[in-house]
Design a binder for this molecule. Structure first.
Ligand code: T68
Length: 830
């Protein structure tokens, strides 16, 4: 395929030898010194670690750029179909070591650093993490960019260039405190402004119609109130050792210069500045998912802003290539990462009908053929709905278009389901219960050719429940693509010693064909190899221990079981179930019931949405339990509980390789997929989990004997919900649960404080939406089984090895292949 050709133009005309030298230790050292002089502007002997990181970043970027040029040239030459991945979030993680890994220059760079007496890892630690996402959804987009480039799928990621990413989390006295994330403070060597791509996005105002003089047809015109400029910043995404580079294009909102100047000339300097500020607010900050969100006008502006910029950019490039606009869907496949960019469906209709003057029916055919929609949640409160007044005042033309889409769609549904008025009301793009609302999920389903969930169970539940009416109307539109994660970042970068061991026994094919890890199964009864496997695991734990000692001044016991739950803090993810179980262990040790318990280190990490009070209380609970068991002389050598602050991609890279036990304990039916579970699995952690999301498929792959299963199933949960769930019954039936809940209520675990956790205790005993009480006993059972098996280190190493060996399915390369086959219709063996 076109990507495999050696690139002669790599260094614009220099020879292949020079190109190679480019990537040698000498070449890198010379380039480093050159950038220190010319880009950083310091004598090397006065440079600090940040300067050194920046010089290194620039020289690595140079090498990525050489491949970029050849990729763009080959795309233009082959006139390929392009995937546009539209996402409000891209949680990339640090670039430097990833780019080196993908280019294959890590060893040379290390050697160059040695010669200069620097440590490459120290220098890489200077990179501020681009935290332009909240969690799984944003990280998935980043893994998919890596895989699309590695598989040589021509792709552009489109999103927002937030000036402030996800907040930095500090834990003060057990409570989360948020700080703003100034990731751009010292510049960003990984982005390149693309001035030719600047777009203009309108908001507000009203619409007008006029009659076409000749045809007598109505012509719609949007007279907006104001316009904002979208400036493109491109980040090159290198593929794994294939000289391919795709583009991540993020939009920054700026004030229109002309607008500024006009006010300025009238002498209103403050007014000009205010307009500039208001425009720039659009890409100022990433929204954390907000439980109680109601009518956030700015968030809708963000969504429309980046979606409109992106679609206009596609139209511009389409015309630049002299392609007819009627062929738009043949050239562009637009994937909607949740409903955040789903306004794009109305926007493309507006562009095609109002601007390109294509008739409605043809425009609709093109639009539907262009979009695919990925759903990431079943929680009804998380499905996006916009209050009609806000929507209509911000996007008056789009609301008309949505009404017209809806009118035609409901006409079809009335023909298909005659007399079923309740169904029509449920399916309408406009919700009429209470205040009128625009239902973005309904728009996304109606305007897309395909709709997919992110794990088998999730996709089934979408069809049976959340999107049932739509499934009955369009059964062929629904499909599943189980999520995946990139093994380059999550295995090779995260755990170099494991990578070396795998290379030693398997060669390197697994780097791009993760199913090749199955070869490890040949060693499952090899005592010598299992011993190696265990030692490697201990070393990983030692490295995490060193980091925690350095950053938190806490010493961990590397012989203890590392039992880890890292993910966003949410009731449905049930970090409190984990904490209550630890309190159960505490009570049983104190009462003398538990004696020879293998020592355990419980690690927690994750951020709570700033407005999510309950989640913040869950963090406080974990920290309170940590203090309790860490101070008590009877428990402190057996139990250690640590909340590691500011969980992020880079922290994840340190944590996954060191985990023995992976906590995947969401209420069945609530976690759409989960992707952390896959990162743990690849790195050889064994899971304790419910039959939820991707857990089900992980257990299918690894075998039930290598997975600690517990808890109610999704159908059982649904049944209990219907029958009227009474959490107090479980409290009354279980002596251990009673002791834990009573102790929490009476302040036994919190120095007599009975107030702090009162809301949590009350909720769990009276409401317990996520069945913590119902699953408590079975969770404790599964935990104790895990503890017993951990004591048999050979048996545990075997389980651990099989987890890695059977993780092939969870590479994002497999996911992207499925998207290409089932949704984008892109042939990978061209
Ligand atoms: C996650 N969703 C799912 N949402 O919870 C997880 N939401 O099961 C799945 O594995 C992952 O998506 C990838 O498919 C999210 O991460 C958000 O972050 C989010 C952000 C803004 C608004 C709503």
């Amino acid at each position: 395929s076109h990507g495999q050709q050696p690139s002669e133009t790599e260094t614009s005309g220099t020879t292949a030898i020079a190109a190679q030298d480019n990537r040698s230790a000498d070449g890198i050292r010379l380039a480093f010194l050159r950038h220190m002089r010319r880009t950083i502007g310091k004598p090397v002997e006065f440079s600090n670690t940040l300067d050194q990181y920046r010089a290194m970043a620039h020289l690595v970027r140079d090498r990525v750029m050489d491949d970029w040029i050849t990729t763009v040239e080959s795309y233009v030459q082959h006139n390929v179909r392009v995937v546009c991945y539209l996402s409000a979030e891209f949680l990339l993680g640090p670039h430097l070591l990833n780019a080196m890994l993908n280019l294959g220059i890590t060893d040379s760079a290390e050697k160059a650093c040695d010669e200069l007496h620097y440590s490459l890892t120290q220098l890489a630690d200077e990179e501020p993490e681009p935290g332009l996402g909240n969690g799984g959804l944003g990280r998935l987009a980043a893994c998919y960019m890596d895989s699309m480039t590695t598989l040589e799928v021509p792709a552009v990621g489109y999103g927002l260039r937030y000036e402030f990413g996800i907040f930095r989390q500090e834990i003060r006295d057990g409570w989360q405190v948020e700080h703003s994330d100034k990731w751009l403070e010292y510049g960003n060597p990984w982005e390149i402004p693309a001035s030719e791509a600047t777009q203009h996005v309108s908001f507000g105002g009203h619409t007008e119609t006029t009659k076409d003089e000749k045809t007598g047809e109505l012509i719609w015109k949007w007279v907006p109130a104001f316009t904002v400029k979208g400036v493109a910043y491109d980040t090159p995404i290198p593929g794994y050792r294939n000289k391919q580079v795709n583009r991540l294009r993020l939009w920054k909102a700026e004030a229109e210069d002309s607008f500024d100047l006009e006010i300025f000339n009238r002498g209103d300097y403050m007014g000009a500045v205010r307009d500039k500020m208001e425009s720039e607010t659009i890409s100022k900050v990433l929204y954390p998912p907000d439980e109680t969100e109601q009518g956030k006008r700015l968030r809708l502006m963000q969504q429309y802003f980046f979606t409109s910029c992106s679609l206009q950019d596609m139209v511009r490039l389409h015309k630049l290539q002299k392609l007819p606009i009627e062929k738009f869907a043949d050239k562009w496949s637009v994937q909607l990462n949740d409903t955040h960019p789903s306004i794009g469906i109305a926007e493309l209709m507006r562009i095609l009908t109002d601007e390109e003057e294509i008739g409605w029916d043809e425009a609709w055919t093109i639009t539907q053929a262009t979009f695919g929609y990925t759903n990431h949640t079943l929680l009804p409160e998380a499905l996006e709905k916009w209050p009609l007044p806000i929507f209509a005042s911000l996007l008056p033309r789009h609301i008309e278009i949505i009404y017209e889409i809806n009118r035609r769609f409901l006409k079809d549904m009335q023909a298909k389901f005659p007399g079923d008025t309740a169904r029509w009301a449920r399916m309408s793009l406009i919700g009429e219960d209470g205040e009128k609302q625009v239902r973005m999920a309904n728009l996304a389903v109606v305007g897309s050719k395909m709709v997919n969930g992110v794990a088998k169970l999730h996709s089934e539940l979408l069809k049976e429940d959340t999107l049932k009416d739509f499934y009955e109307a369009f059964p062929n539109r629904f499909t599943n693509v189980t999520n995946g994660v990139t093994p380059r970042r999550w295995l090779m970068l995260a755990d170099p010693p494991l990578t070396a061991l795998l290379n030693e026994v398997l060669g390197t094919a697994w780097h791009t064909d993760l199913y090749a890890l199955r070869g490890l199964e040949d060693y499952v009864d090899d005592a010598g190899f299992l011993d190696k496997w265990r030692k490697r695991q201990e070393e990983s734990k030692g490295r995490l221990g060193d980091f925690i000692k350095r950053s938190m001044d806490v010493s961990l016991n590397p012989a203890s079981m590392f039992d880890v739950q890292v993910k966003r803090i949410h009731e449905y993810k049930r970090q409190h179930l984990n904490a209550l179980h630890i309190l159960g262990l505490y009570c049983r040790i104190k009462s003398g019931e538990l004696k020879d318990l293998p020592p355990r280190t419980f690690l927690f990490g994750g951020k709570a949405a700033p407005s999510y009070t309950y989640a913040k209380l869950m963090i406080k609970l974990v920290c309170t339990v940590g203090e309790l068991v860490g101070k008590d002389p009877q428990t402190k050598d057996l139990l250690r509980v640590l909340f590691v602050p500011d969980y992020s991609v880079s922290l994840g890279q340190r944590i996954y390789p060191a985990a023995d036990l992976s906590e995947q304990i969401s209420t069945a039916g609530k976690e759409a997929s989960g992707t952390g579970c896959m990162k743990f699995m690849m790195n050889g952690a064994v899971a304790i989990g419910t039959l939820d999301g991707a857990n089900i498929e992980i257990r299918e792959e690894v075998g039930e004997e290598n997975f600690f299963l517990f808890g109610l199933t999704a159908p059982q949960i649904a049944e209990k919900q219907k029958a009227g769930y009474r959490p107090r019954d479980f409290y009354e039936k279980s002596p251990l649960l009673r002791e834990v809940m009573d102790g929490l209520r009476d302040g036994r675990f919190s120095n007599g404080d009975r107030d702090t956790f009162a809301p949590l205790v009350r909720d769990l005993l009276e409401v317990d939406r996520y069945f913590v009480m119902a699953d408590f006993d079975d969770y404790a059972r599964a935990q104790s089984e895990a503890g017993k098996i951990f004591c048999d280190s050979k048996k545990w190493s075997r389980m651990s090895l099989l987890n890695t060996a059977r993780s092939g399915k969870f590479s994002s390369d497999r996911s992207i292949r499925e998207y290409c086959q089932n949704i984008w219709k892109i042939n990978l063996d061209r």
